[in-house]
Design a protein around this ligand. Structure first.
Ligand code: QV4
Ligand code: CA
Length: 512
């Protein structure tokens, strides 16, 4: 009997590690701060056709509206209620988007903020995205409703009431993260409200959740919430499917809490991956690309079956969270394309691509004074739509990294090589490396300051392949470089260090 219970628990846990991505697709894109109407259109016109597996959306629930600074992006990480009206749109628009994305096989993963409500200095009034009244001083959020009984004020033992020492796991979980009113998730009532919120989203059709600030919640508390979740909507998912759970835990080592405490509950964000890959491509601290031969668990990262990986995220691309200056973002577009290309070619983890908006960076003593700036907006504070042009680029400050040819084509590459082993490694003991994925794909990088000129075993069947970085296969022709693979699987590669994109990728579906 005990064994059966254990098996059931284990099974439930593992089920929450599956992103339920459809049609052999592999990759999630974070459309940070996009409006629901734009995401719906993007699923139909781009993400579905190009083989993206899912979208991480910004928090859809009611949040505070702040005027000083002027509507920062991070106001959405300060919940006021679980009503579904946010800066990205109304509940109707959210429902329409989820339906339309599901209908083209693109899953929706919701960023859920369940550790806290707004900041302690959030004030009193109706400055919230659905117009609900609240009083932060009194811990009064009638639209949930939550009252002062539902927060951890009496449990936290620091004098400020905020987290002061990340080495102390009681503080990290029971005190306020940067002043954010900390919910008492040990209470059945609070667990119930959170589960209701998540279940509402599940019933509308989402595939899972990015659980914000997971480090700040006791694993036992969120476990109870996860167990109360409904199975996914059978209109789009097989009966019995459990929500995909991926938990935001920043663990670069040396803190009181480690990612391992959350492995049984779902996947976890691997921030070491992001920080290290940036350091490697920047060639800082003596790092070299050739050292990535055993990339993944060999680097001390979490087990493959637990990892969600990314080159940058909405925090570390602007100096929030962790990782620091090594993070490679769209601001360093050449390195960014290479790093994302490496991530997407490599088998480790569930991959997430960042899609950003631009802001005026103003770095003083290493700190960006404009790290708060919100999405492209009109003067009334409402978010601008994402215009897309015939050349596939986006306007009005939306960066749309996911639409950059090199990145889109690597998303397709990952789908084509899905399930194939990491093979045929080559390196020059410096920053030129190559590896294959069985007999389905091969990629070569030159991040040295000199040319690459080498003949390599690709593992691919003989033929002529189109490089999907310098161009792509269109009909029966190739708009980029052509690579000739001999009947012995060998091919000659020449990549100048001064090329716009010093890497080459070929795969089974780019064969001419
Ligand atoms: C300020 C002071 C506090 C003071 C407080 C109250 O700094 O010392 O106690 O006022 O007087 C914003 C401000 C922050 C302010 C806070 C409360 O930046 O200065 O505190 O609001 O008013 C995002 C932003 C935060 C932002 C927060 C809420 O990054 O800057 O705080 O939203 O709007 C750790 C965590 C990790 C977290 C990461 C950033 O372990 O979980 O920090 N990452 C996630 C999200 C992130 C989000 C949150 C968590 C919070 O990815 O985007 O924070 O939901 O590593
Ligand atoms: Ca907490």
């Amino acid at each position: 009997m005990k064994l059966l219970v254990l098996l059931a628990l284990f099974g439930l846990g593992l089920a929450q590690h599956d992103p339920h991505i459809k049609h052999g697709r592999t990759t999630i894109v974070h459309l940070f701060e996009w409006r629901w109407a734009d995401i719906a259109a993007e699923c139909e016109r781009f993400l579905g056709p190009k083989g993206f597996g899912g979208v991480q959306i910004s928090p859809p629930n009611e949040h505070i509206i702040l005027n000083s600074p002027w509507r920062p992006w991070w106001q959405r990480y300060q919940p006021i209620s679980y009503n579904l009206c946010s800066r990205s749109g109304s509940e109707d628009e959210l429902r329409d988007m989820i339906t339309r994305c599901n209908n083209v096989g693109v899953n929706i993963y919701v960023d859920v903020v369940i550790n806290h409500m707004c900041g302690v200095t959030g004030g009193e009034g109706t400055h919230s995205s659905c117009g609900s009244w609240f009083n932060a001083d009194k811990r009064d959020f009638p639209s949930v409703p939550y009252s002062s009984l539902d927060f951890n004020d009496n449990k936290c033992r620091t004098s400020s009431g905020d987290i002061e020492n990340y080495g102390d796991k009681y503080q990290v979980r029971d005190c306020r993260l940067v002043g954010l009113l900390d919910l008492a998730l040990e209470k059945d009532y609070v667990r119930g409200k959170v589960a209701d919120y998540l279940n509402k989203l599940i019933d509308i059709g989402v595939a899972g959740f990015r659980v914000d600030a997971s480090k700040h919640m006791w694993p036992g508390d969120v476990d109870v919430v996860y167990r109360r979740l409904n199975n996914l909507n059978t209109k789009w998912f097989p009966g019995g499917s459990r929500a995909f759970i991926f938990q935001e835990v920043i663990d670069l080592g040396g803190e009181g809490i480690s990612t391992g405490e959350y492995f049984h509950l779902g996947r976890v964000t691997e921030f070491k991956y992001s920080a290290k890959l940036g350091t490697i491509f920047r060639r800082w601290n003596g790092e070299k690309l050739c050292y990535t031969r055993n990339w993944g668990e060999g680097w001390g990262f979490m087990p493959n079956s637990n990892a969600v990986v990314f080159v940058d995220n909405h925090d570390n691309q602007r100096g929030h969270g962790a990782g620091g200056a090594s993070i490679v973002t769209f601001w360093d577009s050449r390195l960014h394309k290479m790093a994302v290309g490496y991530m997407l070619a490599h088998p480790y983890g569930v991959t997430r691509v960042m899609s950003s908006f631009r802001w005026n960076r103003h770095i003083v003593n290493g700190k960006d004074q404009n790290d708060w700036v919100g999405p492209p907006s009109y003067s009334d504070g409402s978010t601008k739509p994402v215009p897309v042009f015939p050349d596939q680029t986006c306007g009005d400050g939306w960066v749309c990294e996911h639409r950059w040819r090199q990145i889109t084509n690597m998303v397709i590459f990952r789908n084509v090589v899905n399930g194939q082993p990491h093979t045929n490694w080559w390196d020059n003991q410096s920053n030129q490396v190559a590896f294959g994925r069985g007999d389905r794909g091969f990629i070569v990088f030159n991040n040295d300051d000199w040319d690459l000129d080498v003949t390599l075993n690709t593992g691919l069947p003989g033929g002529t392949y189109c490089d999907v970085i310098s161009g792509q296969k269109e009909g029966s022709s190739c708009t980029g470089k052509q690579i000739h693979v001999g009947s012995d699987g060998r091919a000659h590669f020449k990549i100048s260090n001064s090329e716009e994109d010093p890497f080459v990728a070929i795969h089974a579906e780019s064969k001419l």
